[in-house]
Design a protein around this ligand. Sequence first.
Ligand SMILES: Nc1ncnc2c1ncn2[C@@H]1O[C@H](COP(=O)(O)OP(=O)(O)O)[C@@H](O)[C@H]1O
Ligand SMILES: [Mg+2]
Length: 382
Amino acid sequence: MVTVSRETELAQPLAGPSRTLRATPPLRAAAPAGDRWVGAAGLPGLPVPVPAEGANAPAPASVSRETPGAAPAGSALDAAERADRAAGIPAAGADTPLAQALARDARRRIALAGAEFAKPMRTRVLTVANQKGGVGKTTTTVNVAAALAQGGLRVLVVDLDPQGNASTALGVAHHAEVPSVYDVLVDGKSLDEVVVECAAIPGLSCAPATIDLAGAEIEMVSMVARETRLDRAVTAYLQSHELDYVLIDCPPSLGLLTVNAFVAATEVFIPIQCEYYALEGLSQLMKNIDLVRSHLNPDLHVSTILLTMYDGRTRLSSQVAEEVRSHFPQQVLRTTVPRSVRVSEAPSFGETVMTYDRGSSGALAYLESAGEIAERGARGQT
Ligand SMILES: Nc1ncnc2c1ncn2[C@@H]1O[C@H](COP(=O)(O)OP(=O)(O)O)[C@@H](O)[C@H]1O
Ligand SMILES: [Mg+2]
């Protein structure tokens, strides 16, 4: 049976503003001073009064008619203006889920436009791990990193997967001759020699992975301090670079590369796909984290869990979400990331969804997730 996802339906009306939004200036430049992220709670549920006739100001030329009242992502709006515009979005009847979803996304767009994130108390190093493949590790790493950087923070992505998918999504070259994380781990190069700035997103940089990294696990087996090589490199790098976040994208295994990531980080960030097998393998992951904590890195802990590829129409998704939340009430972010065509398309253009289609529901979810992460970081709740 062929089913059409909600996201596919939504993608059509959103296609217009997306190309317009790409041309807008970076969020940071336009954000009003002191306009800090206030968290995602309550946004979707805001009561929306039905406006008086004519109360809906005509949308600016750069905004499509599908997002009435929405401002371009980079525009500076003060809180009162945002509230005004959000109130101008007509309430949709309970029997029109598509209109409701569009109105909700339009409100989220307005609420998130120009959001700046608070700095964490100290540099946070998060390893994005889950030994299952295809659960959204790379997608989460690059999009959360991009969202944090767009919110004014300085972020480094370390691509630790030989596939180099994170490097691709960030538009960073990673063919065989490029200096990469392999040179850091195997040849002892400094991260300084391999890190490159991501052209599309100021404040975001990346240590790319080349296919050489596939051999690194075997080459490192006989090396001295083989588990701590990445940690040393990251620690040295942080001494001469002021960063707010380091996100390490792990391969789908629990081998030596992932162990290096666990030793280099203090926090583990686990994306969990809302599918039937989601929790299988999680206990193995937790056991490995415990092992690394007791032998190599006493500070390591799971701080953040994000539910990805959530499909609100299926009972399975909500059951998985409920179960994960009951096991990890503190760690699971309130935001869930929906299945989104735009999210999966973005890497083929060498982009994150945060620049490819910043107004799409997937990008909004990643922006809200980044907001929650930053909020916790600023409160020292890590
Ligand atoms: N929210 C999403 N909506 C749609 N597709 C997604 C989403 N998140 C990830 N994907 C797609 O799922 C596949 C696996 O995601 P990826 O991030 O590469 O997983 P991992 O790094 O865990 O192997 C990719 O093709 C990616 O584009
Ligand atoms: Mg990956």
